[in-house]
Design a protein around this ligand. Structure first.
Ligand code: SF4
Length: 195
């Protein structure tokens, strides 16, 4: 059912003489952000930041609708703004944008967005480096444990090496012992011959 209104409804080529969607926000206790005091909601602060809301798709669409005269029902019935032509509102908004330095603000917002993106990239990199550091920390702990094991085995290995050294010395002496036997037999033969 169409709500009764005592104001004139904009006709073709007409719109509301309203610049609220460019200059105004109304924040409700539940976080709703309205583009004017007539309850045209463009977002909620529980979901997005104020900047995201005022530059969001709903806010942009509302500005487009008001500028083009394709008004949403709330604006069609609005009793607080008179009817004007689309051209006049366009000129008002253009004047507002240049006079208020909105272009400059838009440029600052663009720079802010770029900084935010760089910051997001840096945060992502920091996260990746954090993962990498955790992996390195784990590897370091494993290496330390391995080194401790080797340290524990060192006396055993040292004893083993000493045993091997002794065996090598014994093997090195073996030919001498083998060479000593013929010499001993020769001595024995000489001693028997003399008798
Ligand atoms: S409802 Fe009225 S005041 Fe609100 S944006 Fe629409 S025209 Fe403007």
């Amino acid at each position: 059912m169409t709500k009764k209104t005592f104001c004139r409804i904009p006709g073709p080529g007409e719109t509301r003489a309203c610049i609220d969607p460019w200059i105004f926000v109304y924040v409700r206790a539940n976080g709703d952000v309205d583009a004017c005091c007539r309850g045209v909601t463009i977002g909620n602060l529980r979901d997005k930041s104020l900047e995201e809301v005022v530059n969001g798709a709903e806010a942009i669409e509302l500005r487009r609708q008001v500028l083009s005269g394709e008004l949403p029902p709330g604006c069609v019935q609005c009793a607080t703004r008179p009817v004007t032509t689309v051209e006049k509102l366009g000129a008002m908004v253009e004047h507002l944008v240049y006079e208020a330095g909105f272009e400059e603000q838009e440029d600052l917002r663009r720079q802010l967005r770029e900084h935010c993106e760089v910051r997001s990239d840096l945060l992502r990199e920091r996260e990746a480096l954090g993962d990498h550091a955790a992996t390195l920390e784990k590897l370091l702990a494993e290496t330390r444990a391995h080194a401790a094991n080797l340290e524990r085995e060192r006396p055993h290995l040292t004893g083993h090496i000493a045993n091997l050294e002794r065996e090598r010395a014994a093997l090195a002496a073996e030919p001498t012992r083998r060479g000593g036997l013929p010499r001993l037999l020769g001595l024995l033969r000489g001693w028997i011959g003399r008798r």
